[in-house]
Design a protein around this ligand. Structure first.
Ligand SMILES: N[C@@H](CCC(=O)N[C@@H](CS)C(=O)NCC(=O)O)C(=O)O
Length: 193
C-alpha cells in the first residue's frame, strides 16, 4: 500500500500530512516547487489539472479501470484518509459529522480568516462558538481525527498569517494553537525546528 502526497513547503499539503503523521500512517512525499512551476508540468497536471497542491495518489483504492485513485483538495484528501486509513467514520453519523467539520474548516472558516471583509464581520462569531465547542475535547467521536485536523490547522493559520491577532477572548483557541505548535507531527510538517 502506498499513499503519495504531492506537496510543497508552505502549502496546504501540511494538512493531510499532519493527519498522516499523527496517525502513524506511512506515506511518500513528492515535493513540487511552485516557484519553478513544477505544479504546471504535464505529469502533475494529470493528477490535478488545476495545478494546485496538495494532491494524493493511493494505490490501495482503485478506480473502475483498476488504476490507483488520485485526488486533489486538502479536505477531500482528509476525508479519504479518515475513511480508508484512519479507522474513522465507523458509523453513518460520524461520517456525516467529519464531513461537516472538514467542509466548515475549508470553506466557512477559511473564508472568514482570509477574506478581509469576512475577517471583521464573521470571524468573531465563528471563534466565539468554536471556543465553546473545542472545550469539549474532540470534534467527532472519542479520538483526534480529520475534523480536529482541519479545524485546528485553520485556527493555527490565524497566528501564522496574523501574528498580532488578539485571541485572548478565546482562551481555548489560544491554548489549542499553543499545544498544536508543540506537537512533533505538526512541527515536522510545518518545517518548524
Ligand atoms: N482549496 C485547495 C487550495 C489549493 C491551493 O490553493 N493550493 C496552493 C498552495 S497552498 C497552490 O497550489 N497554489 C499554486 C497555484 O495556484 O499555482 C485545497 O485546500 O487543497
Amino acid at each position: 500500500m502506498t499513499i503519495t502526497i504531492y506537496g510543497g513547503p508552505q502549502t496546504r499539503a501540511s494538512m493531510p500530512r499532519w493527519y498522516l503523521e499523527e496517525k502513524g500512517i506511512p506515506y511518500e512525499l513528492v515535493e513540487l516547487s511552485l516557484g519553478s512551476g513544477q505544479n504546471m508540468q504535464p505529469d502533475f497536471l494529470a493528477i490535478n489539472p488545476f495545478g494546485k497542491l496538495p494532491a494524493m495518489r493511493d494505490d490501495s483504492v482503485l478506480d473502475a479501470d483498476g488504476k490507483p485513485v488520485t485526488l486533489f483538495e486538502s479536505g477531500a484528501i482528509l476525508l479519504h484518509l479518515a475513511e480508508h486509513h484512519g479507522g474513522e467514520a465507523t458509523s453513518a453519523h460520524e461520517r456525516s459529522m467529519i464531513s461537516q467539520w472538514t467542509h466548515f474548516a475549508n470553506s466557512t472558516l477559511a473564508f472568514a480568516i482570509f477574506v478581509p471583509d469576512q475577517k471583521t464581520k464573521v470571524l468573531p462569531r465563528l471563534l466565539k462558538q468554536l471556543n465553546i465547542k473545542l472545550s469539549e475535547n474532540f470534534l467527532v467521536g472519542h479520538a483526534w481525527g480529520a475534523a480536529d485536523c482541519a479545524v485546528t490547522a485553520y485556527l493555527a493559520y490565524i497566528k501564522l498569517f496574523f501574528p498580532n491577532e488578539d485571541l485572548s477572548s478565546y482562551p481555548r483557541i489560544n491554548s489549542l494553537i499553543e499545544e498544536t505548535n508543540q506537537r512533533p507531527a505538526y512541527r515536522k510538517v510545518m518545517g518548524m525546528s
